[in-house]
Ligand binder design. Structure first.
Ligand SMILES: Nc1ncnc2c1ncn2[C@@H]1O[C@H](COP(=O)(O)OP(=O)(O)OP(=O)(O)O)[C@@H](O)[C@H]1O
Length: 260
């Protein structure tokens, strides 16, 4: 895991006073936060506190009501549709339901985004890239399989391979280990760190899985009712006497705090 050094780091995402409402429901209230180049930032918080809405606003899958979101130097809220499309090419999402195409082989699933985004590549370069990412997620032999022949953990790895194949500089992970057993969850967390190192990604990881937090977090932000409640490193959170934070971290062996 790479240590983040905030003072000397440049930001790749800069959010200023972000507000997001649905009708009268205020989901995000004046949220300001930064993602520094090369770091893994974990976003924690109880269910329904606005974590997914936050990352959807970052990529303009949702429009915010007010505030500024700067991603890789671009003011997201003032971009035109085609500019957002260009920006999204630099951002990899691993969303909860990030399903693979069932009727396609792993190779075809991986080639699909690459052909769409990198029309300049030759067939040989595409083939090399598919093999490289499969190697990097530890599944070189899965190339000709179809998703139904793979386990949940393997499918997650292939989803991750499909995301990194286009070399994103920012990764957004929404609950990457949900639904996986503890061993597979740990493997996915380790993979997040390997991707951070190999692809030099800067990542936001939303998770309820405290083991995942312990493995990947360079820095943690906790949201509560749409506000930033606490920001710090793993040590700050593990040693906090705050009741809410303590309730997330108290049970060393519990895999998930989803229902607290
Ligand atoms: N498109 C939408 N339309 C209306 N309300 C929405 C929409 N998306 C999210 N919400 C509401 O915004 C609030 C925050 O949702 P969000 O998905 O960000 O929570 P979360 O913190 O990611 O929760 P979880 O940990 O359970 O995934 C919830 O009350 C949710 O119902």
């Amino acid at each position: 895991m790479i240590k983040s050094d905030k003072k000397n780091s440049e930001t790749v995402i800069n959010i200023d006073n972000l507000n997001k409402k649905f009708g009268t429901l205020e989901v995000l209230k004046d949220v300001s936060l930064q993602l520094f180049k090369g770091e893994n930032l974990v976003v924690l918080g109880k269910s329904g506190t606005g974590k997914s809405v936050l990352i959807k606003c970052i990529v303009r899958l949702l429009d915010s009501n007010s505030g500024k979101i700067n991603v890789l130097g671009e003011e997201v809220n003032s971009l035109k549709k085609h500019q957002i499309h260009e920006l999204r090419k630099k951002i990899g999402f691993l969303f909860q339901g990030g399903a693979l195409y069932d009727s396609m082989t792993v190779r075809q699933n991986l080639e699909f985004p690459l052909r769409r985004i990198r029309a300049d590549l030759s067939e040989k370069e595409i083939d090399d890239k598919v093999k490289e990412v499969l190697e990097n997620v530890g599944l070189p032999d899965a190339i000709n399989k179809i998703p139904s022949e793979l386990s949940g953990g393997m499918r997650k790895r292939i989803s991750l391979a499909r995301t990194i194949i286009v070399d994103p500089s920012i990764m957004l992970y929404d609950e990457p280990t949900t639904g996986l057993d503890p061993i597979t969850s740990h493997e996915i967390s380790m993979l997040i760190n390997e991707i951070q190192k190999k692809y030099k990604t800067s990542s936001i990881i939303i998770t309820h899985d405290i083991e995942c937090v312990r493995t990947v977090a360079n820095r943690i932000v906790m949201l509560k009712e749409g506000l930033i409640y606490k920001e710090g490193n793993l040590h700050d959170f593990e040693n906090s006497s705050d009741e809410l934070i303590h309730s997330f971290f108290k049970n060393q062996n519990s895999k998930t705090t989803k229902n607290i």
